[in-house]
Write a protein of this length. Structure first.
Ligand SMILES: C[S@@+](CC[C@H](N)C(=O)[O-])C[C@H]1O[C@@H](n2cnc3c(N)ncnc32)[C@H](O)[C@@H]1O
Length: 280
């Protein structure tokens, strides 16, 4: 029996990792925020807001009379977001609340935009979650989902063969635990179809190849190392000890095969943004 994937205890859910993740992709995230074409006065829900990093970016777009509400089920993130927003020049229009997206404490048709980043892959019933999001979105308002898709992932100079073995092992691990739908590593490719099934209109899906090239800051290295650890943990039951050791060595600064300081390093992964409109 494959070991149960303990995603919860991994580095990738630490605050420091979330912050480093955000700043590693800040240019790309700004591009996403710009593409949403928010207007001053818009009311935005940042659902599964984590440390609230997107909320701050939205606040800049909708100020001075708009509003941004960040909701997360985990009090740890909301505590951090509230603290951090004290420094934010638009703090007056940002509010954070602990809450579950299955039970949103808002009136029907409250928001111009409901934004969900990195949260949908964790939901056991995405269809019901989208219905809840539709309820709180204004008629003619939009829902946007930004998720990664673990099917595309390059780390050069790891050999494509070794990398393919890792990708296969990860896919095997997720396949083996499909019924226990705690995390969908391949959500990005599904969001367009899910929005269609939900009856959203004017659906636009954009795929982003997010790349990181040297020189890498310590924050970017931390982000990449956390991701490599996530892959190693998941794939472990399906790789030999040697294969696993080789993979981990590439991200271990004390190893001869460490790659994050190499000039030819190249890292690329796929993120998918899907935006749909709630029918008038
Ligand atoms: C990977 S983090 C993404 C955080 C942030 N949106 C970002 O992109 O930086 C996923 C977030 O979804 C939150 N989450 C998971 N299930 C949730 C639920 N049912 N209701 C509200 N938030 C949830 C988690 O607590 C976590 O903060």
């Amino acid at each position: 029996m494959p070991e149960k994937i303990g995603i919860k205890e991994l580095e990738v859910l630490n605050i420091k990792w979330q912050l480093d993740h955000h700043f590693a992709k800040i240019q790309h995230r700004q591009e996403i925020v710009d593409s949403l074409n928010l207007q001053p006065g818009d009311v935005v829900l940042d659902l599964g807001c984590g440390p609230g990093l997107w909320s701050s970016m939205f606040a800049e777009k909708v100020q001075p009379h708009g509003r941004v509400i960040g909701v997360d089920i985990d009090a740890r993130w909301i505590d951090y977001a509230v603290q951090a927003s004290q420094e934010n020049p638009f703090k007056e229009i940002i509010e954070y609340r602990i809450g579950d997206l299955h039970n949103l404490p808002f009136e029907d048709g409250t928001f111009d935009l409901v934004f969900v980043s990195g949260c949908s892959p964790y939901l056991a019933d995405i269809h019901s979650a989208i219905e809840k999001q539709k309820r709180v979105t204004k008629k003619g308002g939009r829902i946007a989902d930004r998720s990664w898709d673990g099917g595309m992932f390059f780390v050069h100079p790891i050999s494509p063969y070794q990398e393919a073995k890792m990708m296969l092992a990860v896919a095997q691990a997720f396949e083996a635990r499909r019924s226990d739908s705690y995390f969908d590593n391949y959500f990005g490719r599904k969001s367009h179809g899910i929005f269609k099934q939900a009856g959203l209109q004017d659906i636009l899906t954009t795929s982003y190849a997010v790349q990181l090239v040297p020189p890498l800051s310590e924050e970017v290295k931390h982000y990449i190392t956390g991701n490599s650890q996530f892959y190693a943990k998941i794939a472990a039951p399906y790789l030999s000890e040697t294969e696993l050791k080789q993979w981990c060595g590439h991200f271990d600064p004390s190893s001869d095969s460490y790659i994050l300081d190499r000039e030819d390093f190249y890292y690329c992964l796929l993120e998918v943004l899907t935006v749909g409109t709630v029918e008038n």
